[in-house]
Design a protein around this ligand. Structure first.
Ligand SMILES: [Ca+2]
Length: 329
């Protein structure tokens, strides 16, 4: 609790403006079928020949699952719904011996063995599960929950060790979704990549400062959907392939996955990203101006179970057309 209080004090300070992120252009190396076009919530390399993917239970009538995919042609090798019945599966990250899958609202994460049999379930310290990745070097997890906060979790107990906002060009970055840890990106050291919800941007974050250091854009990849600004059909799935230094990317209900390489592109994406972050910030400001402050807690706190409670901030919900059931993270 004391630790969280100290973090909270820091949030009141003006944001430090760091260097602009380096832009990269994503070049498609090859396209693979995204079998069944599931509601992708997690994507990760297993070994030299396989990927692991999680899918949430959306749309209504579908169930969450976890599956293994052949990296060569995108074919599905194995699928299981074990441990996920009645749950909304979120991102997946490796454990020492298998896999850890976050869930959206259950307050639990599910541990799987390498063969996808359920090992156990464990309390998840965050009110909502969104992105999750493992830092294999420092032996810790990073997680997101739809707010601007990035959280560091203990690799064994999942206890919360650090909470701080992600910032980029002086703006807070709300809604980093599917995450990917890259031990050394482009010779610049460890980087946490995350899909920026309701956009096609992927941001690279410095895991020590939580500031953005790189950006690429998946605009134009596969089919576009006008509902993406409301959270449907968004890019969500990043797996790094260290052998080729390429990425596999896909999205919710996308028909394809794409292997891409990143080429340095100066400041190509900077202004478009800045405009989007400014838009997110103005949405937050208008919420505050209309007296809805209670919906946007400024500071994280913990409840009696030690869970981090940061109410999901969705300012754009107020202007979405018909959201009787909005897509989950
Ligand atoms: Ca990932």
């Amino acid at each position: 609790m004391k630790q969280l209080f100290i973090f909270a004090l820091g949030l009141a300070s003006p944001l430090h403006v760091a260097a602009d992120p380096a832009s990269y252009d994503a070049q498609i190396i090859r396209s693979l079928p995204h079998e069944g076009a599931p509601f992708t919530q997690g994507l990760e390399l297993v070994d030299h020949s396989r990927l692991i993917e999680t899918s949430g239970a959306y749309p209504e009538g579908t169930e969450s699952f976890i599956r293994m995919i052949d990296l060569k042609d995108g074919s599905v090798l194995q699928t299981t719904k074990s441990g996920l019945a009645g749950r909304f599966a979120e991102d997946v990250a490796p454990t020492a011996t298998g896999w850890l899958v976050a869930t959206y609202h259950d307050g639990k994460a599910v541990r799987f063995n390498a063969d996808l049999s359920v090992e156990s379930e464990v309390d998840y310290p965050i009110e909502e599960g969104w992105g999750l990745c493992r830092d294999s070097q420092e032996d810790r997890y990073f997680a997101t929950n739809g707010t601007e906060f990035l959280m560091e979790l203990d690799s064994e107990t999942l206890a919360l060790k650090r909470v701080a906002p992600v910032t980029c060009m002086g703006y807070k970055v709300p809604g980093l979704n599917e995450l990917e840890f890259v031990a050394d990106f482009n010779g610049k050291g460890p980087t946490v990549f995350g899909n920026l919800y309701k956009t096609r941007f992927v941001l690279g974050i410095d895991p020590s400062t939580f500031e953005c250091t790189s950006v690429f854009d998946l605009e134009g990849f596969g089919e576009q959907d006008p509902q993406e600004e409301y959270g449907f059909h968004v890019a969500n799935g990043i797996a790094y392939l260290p052998g080729s230094k390429t990425f596999l990317v896909t999205g919710k209900n996308w028909q394809n996955m794409f292997e891409i390489s990143l080429e340095a592109a100066g400041n190509t994406h900077r202004e478009k990203l800045r405009k989007k972050l400014r838009h997110f910030a103005s949405q937050t400001a208008s919420f505050l101006a209309t007296g809805m402050r209670s919906q946007i807690p400024a500071l994280p706190s913990t409840d009696v179970r030690g869970k981090l409670r940061v109410t999901r901030r969705e300012p754009e919900r107020a202007i979405a057309p018909d959201e009787s059931h909005s897509p989950e993270a």
